[in-house]
Ligand binder design. Structure first.
Ligand code: ATP
Ligand code: MG
Ligand code: FE
Length: 342
């Protein structure tokens, strides 16, 4: 079965073809980061319009990369939510329009399920069950994953997501959107002893997170500095911030592994690309004898491959999920919990 995946929930247009026999056949992505950079964040209307421009050329690209004809597609999976309403509508209408034109069934996929399953696209995928840390721009959650569709939420952020904390703190240091990768590069040159930021909820007895206080701590330090804060000091602040957030994420993962008795930890979402986080988790895993799995770097942030894959996994379990009902709706707010209960 060949599934076309269409992702358009935020500022990346991603299309991909996944074959349940042969694996990922092709994927193509257009990131709008450069377009949104001058505004310091994603402008929803611009995002929607750009998805319209990009979707069909990306379809042509994945078809030509894979050597397939449109008619060879068996089903079309699209991100139905959560995300920006206008952006989601573009992907949904492209998917459903194509489905109607080609007489192929369509299915809506939960964006977070895409992220969650993306590590399974790696060359050495983890087996179920595992603990998953989903760390993206909009979410920070720890989950127990027993199989496709079998997710138990163990803890989540009470305020900002980890990616959001990275981006907001980076902005405070004058780095452009999305600042996550930039602040972590800058942290490499920082002195770890210069600033000790709080580790929010490190010792709370649960698996929840809170990052808004950390961002405020960065703000306070920045405000107390003269206007022309020097590069070395910025790097020191960046280092203090990254160390704090990495410490908390690592500690909660270790607790989740210990409490569950499982030996596999899977990281998903954009912050999973962070090298300091990977180094810290790898060290913890070695010490405590568990395995850590990451998505390929290119599949940490939004992409079509994870949507094609999640759609294919869902359809393997229940082919009836894809329908010829082309009257689509999108779900900008779609708690993963509702998917779990479905
Ligand atoms: P969600 O999936 O929750 O709706 P999203 O799709 O915006 O949110 P992703 O695409 O998974 O999130 O990830 C984007 C986030 O990952 C941004 O906040 C970005 O700064 C962060 N990020 C990407 N690379 C890195 C990195 N190397 N270090 C830290 N953060 C990073
Ligand atoms: Mg993005
Ligand atoms: Fe995402």
């Amino acid at each position: 079965m060949i599934v076309l995946g269409v992702e358009s929930s935020c500022d990346e247009t991603g299309l991909a073809l996944y074959d349940t026999e042969q694996g990922l056949l092709a994927h193509a992505l257009h990131s709008q980061i450069a377009m949104h950079q001058e505004y310091g964040g994603v402008v929803p209307e611009l995002a929607s319009r750009d998805h319209i421009r990009r979707a069909l050329p990306l379809l042509t690209e994945v078809l030509s990369k894979s050597g397939l004809e449109k008619q060879q597609i068996d089903a079309i999976a699209y991100t139905q939510g959560p995300g920006l309403a206008g952006a989601l509508l573009v992907g949904a209408s492209v998917a459903c329009g194509l489905g109607l034109a080609l007489d192929k069934p369509v299915l809506g996929v939960h964006h977070l399920e895409g992220h969650l399953l993306s590590p399974l696209l790696a060359s050495k995928p983890p087996e179920f069950p595992f603990i998953a840390l989903l760390v993206s721009g909009g979410h920070t959650q720890l989950m127990r994953v027993d199989g496709v569709g079998r997710y138990q939420l163990l803890g989540e952020t009470l305020d900002d997501a980890a990616g959001e904390a990275f981006d907001k703190s980076a902005k405070l240091l004058g780095l452009s959107y999305p600042g996550g990768p930039a602040i972590s590069r800058m942290a490499e040159f920082g002195d770890p002893a210069a600033y000790k930021f709080p580790r929010p909820m490190l010792h709370s007895k649960d698996l929840n997170f809170s990052f808004s206080g950390l961002k405020t701590a960065v703000l306070t330090v920045v405000k107390n500095h003269p206007a022309n804060i020097c590069e070395q000091d910025k790097a020191n602040i960046a280092r203090g911030f990254v160390d704090a957030i990495v410490d908390v994420l690592t500690a909660k993962c270790v607790t989740a592994i210990r409490e569950s008795g499982l030996k596999r930890l899977v990281i998903a979402g954009g912050v999973g690309a962070n090298q300091q986080l990977r180094a810290s988790l790898n060290a913890a895993a070695q010490k405590r004898r568990f395995q850590v799995y990451y998505p390929e770097l290119e599949f940490c942030t939004d992409n079509g491959a994870m949507i094609a894959f999640a759609g294919a996994m869902r359809l393997k379990k229940n082919p009836a999920l894809a329908t010829r009902d082309y009257g689509f709706n999108v779900r900008p707010r779609w708690p993963l919990q509702e998917l779990l209960e479905a």
